[in-house]
Structures are given as C-alpha cells and as structure tokens.
Design a protein around this ligand. Sequence first.
Ligand code: CTP
Length: 694
Amino acid sequence: MLKGKKIVLGVTGSIAAYKAALLVRLLVKEGAEVQVVMTPAAKEFITPLTLSTLSGRPVLSEFFNSDSGSWHSHVELGLWADAMIVAPATASTLGKMAAGVADNLLVTTYMSMKAPVFVAPAMDLDMYAHPSTVKNIATLKSYGNHIIEAAAGELASHLSGKGRMEEPENIIKVLKGFFLTGSELSGKRILITAGPTYEKIDPVRFIGNYSSGKMGFAIAAECARRGADVTLVAGPVSLPTPHPAIRRIDVESAREMCDAAVEAFPSCDAAVLSAAVADYRPAVQASSKIKRTSEGMTIDLEANPDIAATLGKTKREGQCLVGFALETNNAEENARLKLDKKNLDFIVLNSLEDKGAGFSCDTNKVTVIDREGKSEYPLKSKAEVAKDVVAHLSRLLVMLVMLLLPSAASAEGEELNATVNLNASKVQGSNTEVFTMLQDALSEFINSRKWTSNTYEENERIMCSFNFVVNSYANDGSFDCSLMVQATRPVFGSSYNSLLFKYEDASIKFKYQPYDRLEFVEDNLDNNLTAVIAFYVYTIIGMDLDSMGELGGSEFLNKALTIVNNAQNLGDAGWRAGSNNNNRYSIIDDYMNGALEPVRKLMYKYHRLGLDTMFKDADGGRKAITESLSLLKKAYEDRPMAYFTKLFTEYKVDEIVNVYSKCTADEKRDVVKILSEINPSLSSEWDKITKNNN
Ligand code: CTP
C-alpha cells in the first residue's frame, strides 16, 4: 500500500527523534521513498548520517547547501510528495506550523505541501496539555492536517502521562489506512452545499436557521481526503475550510447558493446537498432598516428555489445526487418522498427525535435510505458519519461508472444464481469497508461472469451459495478465509431442492484491496481467490450437467481439473496433490479419475432417474437411487481412500434417510448395509432408516 509512495518525513528536536530512524526503516521496508527534512535542533538528537543511510537520500536541513551553494527547493518537495509526516513534532514546531513562522526548511516545506500532512506530536505532559499547544493542534486540524495524537506512557522527563510520540508502527498503520481510502475518489468532482442560508429582511435582519454547517464541512473534508476535487458552496458559517484541496464559494442567500450550485453541477460527478436552505424569502427586501411602529407587522414571503430538485431535473446518467432530510415526524416516510420528488440517489435522514442528532451538536445519528433499502448507523461524531456517507457515495459512483462501461453493461445474470456472504465478525475492529467491497466484488464476479458458452434462462440458473468467514485480515490486504460452498438443483415436479454439492474449504489465502477487479484468466492463474472461485464454479456447473445427462458435465469438470493442476504453484495447500486426501485437489481428482467413473454416473442415476422420478413413481425412483448407491459402493471398494464417496454421503445424509422412510424392511436393510460400509461414521444416521417405520 505504501509501495512507491513518496514521503517527506519532517524530524524536529525532541528526545523522540530517535524513533524517526525506525519510522524511516519501516517506510523503506514498505517500499516507500523517503526524503528526510530535519530542523537544526533535531540534529542534536539524531545524526543526519543515520537518517540518510536508512533512507538512501541525503537529509535536507538548510535552505542552501553551503558547499555547493545549491538551493533546496521546498516548493519542489511540496509537489513531489504523496504525504508529509512530521514526527516527532515539538511544541515549538507545532506553533510555527500553526502560525506560519517559516524560519526553517521544515516549516517552509510544510507550507508548500500539496499532499496531506500527518503530525505526530511529542513533548512533556504539561506542554502537551498547555492551552497554546491545544490551540495550535486545533488550528492545524482545522487546516486539514491529520493529527496522530500523542500516546500516554512514561515520558523522557520520567513523568508519566500523555505526550509520548505514537509508536512508528502505529504511524505506519495510520498512513496505510489513509492510502487505503486515500485515492478512491481521485479524479472525481464533488459539489457540496453546507450551512444555513440567510434571507434578508432589511440591511440588519434576516430569516435564517440554526444549521452550523458542521456536517457538510465534514463531508467535504472526507471527500477531499479520499482524493476528490471538492467545490464547497457554504452558507454563512463560522467554520474554516477543512482541507487545503477544497474550493470554497461563500454565499448568503438560497438564490446565491442555487446559482453557484447550478453552475458547478454540470462538470461534477456528484453533489451532496447538506445545506439547510431557507424555503422562503421576504418578497420585498427593504433597502433601509425597517423602523419600529406601534402596529404589528407582516412580512410577505415567496418561495426560494429548491436546489436539490433543480439539480435532480438536470442530472445526467452517471451523476449522483445525495440529499439530507431533517425530520421531526414520520421521518422515514417523508425522507422517501423527498428521495423521489427530488430525483436523489440516496438521502441521509437525521431525525430530531434522536438525541444527539441535528444542527449544532458535534454528533449525528443517521439512516441512509435509497431505493433498495436503508442502513441505520449508531450515534457517531460528524466526522465518522461523514465517512459512512462518503463510503456509500463512493460505492455508488463506482457502480454507476461500471454500468456505463459498454462491456459491463452487457453483463447480466449467467449460469449461477449465487448468494455471497462474507462474515468478518472474527476480525472486527479492522476497516469494515474492505469487507463490504470484497463481498460485492465476489457476488458480481460469480454471478455476472459468463462461465460457459451455453445459454441459461433465468429459471435455469444454478442456485448456490458461497459463505466466506474471514479468519484473519491484515491491512496490506492479506486475507485468510474459510469458505462453505453449496449448490442445489430443483427436483422436477416438486418444490424440493436437492443438494448437488456441499463442501467446506478450511483455508483460502489471498490478497484483496478495495477496488481491485476480480479477474480470472484460465491459462494464467495468478490470483488464488479467483482461481478457487473458478474451481468451484466449474465443479458446480459440471456436476449439475452430470445430474442432467450421464457424464454430461465433462467439459467443465475438466476445466476444474485443469485449474487444480495449474494452481499447484499458487502456494495454497488446498491445491496440493497428495498433501491431504480432503482438499480441492482430491475432490476433483476422485471425481474425474477413471477408477471413480461410477461416482460420476451416480449423479445422473441418483438425481435424474431417482429423485426426479420419485414424485411420479416413488418405488421406481427409489430403486434407481438404491442402484446409484451401489455404484457408490463399487467406487468405494475400488478406491477406499477416495474422499468424494464419503463427502457425498455426508451432504446427502438427511435426504437419503428421507428417501427410505417408506419402503420394505428388506430394502432398508440392503441400503443400510451399503451406506454403513461406505461411511461407518454416520452409522447412527443410517440406523434411523431402519428405525423409521412410516
Ligand atoms: N434542499 C435544497 N433546496 C431547498 C430546500 C431543500 O437543496 N430550497 C435540499 C436540502 O439541502 C436537503 C433536501 O433538499 O438535501 C431536503 O431538505 P428539507 O429541508 O428536508 O426538504 P424540503 O424540501 O425543504 O421539505 P420540508 O422543509 O417541507 O420538510
């Protein structure tokens, strides 16, 4: 994630400067290019030689190189970097950065920086708690810098408290987290309206509302953080621009806001309308202050333009429009009405019925509503709510782009009708967005890819499910998951679905980053995840065709076999021949190996001649099933170590017990004998056949 990233590391004069060495080492290890800039005071704590050796670049500290007279350009550094980290940042450097005291190369570099800046303060606890430090940190935050708060612990002064620079490993984590979501909106233009509008009554009075603009500003900051080109049309608020990359247009009235939004929208990919626009304005605005009289007074109001609805009318394909709804009653119903009336893609509802939600507080509790459904979020800080809303928007923008792509447009449901589920509860606390995106990507990959050249009608698609459980996940995108695959086929003339295949794959290791496209190229297997999926898809399609006509699925089962053979070098134990007689390799090897041909024939006999017939002719159908189980026994005798014979009895056990619920004692005895030989570990289940006297 940090590979190839260009990082300027600013080091200042603190005892914690020694940690800069570890930070450089970790950054370099991650594949980043690091340019160290030190303040003169920092050299008292760590030598430039140490840092230049570790970073592989000369350390910069002075404006001029006194030997060569060459000029060190802070402006160029500002353009070169993908991020700047100031770690450790002393109280003095924080103050200089906040106040713009550019008397050393580090602060000038900071002030010229076009990339996001991360600041990791380090100082004694009293200094950290001092109001000037608190104010400087708040100022730096308001400029859009990312503050990596100091941690608590023992300090160099031997006092204990908050002030220790965050550990380099954790700084790296913050940076990775940033880059994980740092560029997904790059190239996207987003318009945001925020704050209230003021509608003039006379030169000193207005109609307004309590909106603080905090929610809209947090959304603007989040969009900018994710790389978007943001235009923020702000009503009268007392908030600083939250990110250096935001273009801000200040307006006062609804009409001014509408003009600015209408002008900006055509070149934007999305608009988020969070402003609390006054619905009415005085019909006449007095040019001089209205004098008090003893009479009452009436102000005639006329309607303001509805900005959201205006943009909704001109919205083109691929553009996305997001609204907010603040409701006091019938919240959801009213929000849905607004969604439709204003042609929005989704609406963020905050209800004044919820404590801690609404105008001036720093928290909010929202429900995101779209045409597919709704997602309710708990009470969170407005910055956190902004993350949720922008993540929703970002996913939608990706989907809209995919819909517009000509190749994707023709992608539609094909052979499989798969439900895909990714359960990440074991690794909770990690970035949850990556899991949602992976689940969506998998569902899209399995369901929309054309796996065969056959035509499947919607009702012929094979019902199946892929249930992943994430056992471990690391921020570099490494996953280890287990997967339960299951596929069924409908039994003719009934509403019953019979299990065609069911298997639990204990461990699949792969890498996935948000927005990775899942691709599978048959003769060039380079992605373990898509290879595994393709393997199961072909196995399922092949078995389904085997169940329709004797040995009918050879083409696809051979593809699964080829994948297994070609995947041997993907480093996943599930593919390895001979390592385990219960893995992907052994399943398909058993099934396709000539010695087990009876098993393949069984698929047809059991399902087509057996189950499909049973509903018309119970005895005839059951007889075919008994014959097919004899085939299974024969295969077992030929190859007792083969796993598939057992697997089949395991996932079919309930069905088989049912099939033999109504038959003669002799039939029961014969079939129990066969089954007990193939899979004695299920003997208590097979006993149910004998005991069942229906
Ligand atoms: N909105 C807008 N222009 C207006 C009024 C509202 O752009 N003149 C936008 C808001 O920014 C918000 C959404 O429309 O995204 C819903 O705003 P809200 O005030 O809840 O809706 P109204 O249509 O004004 O409905 P009402 O006040 O009657 O509830």
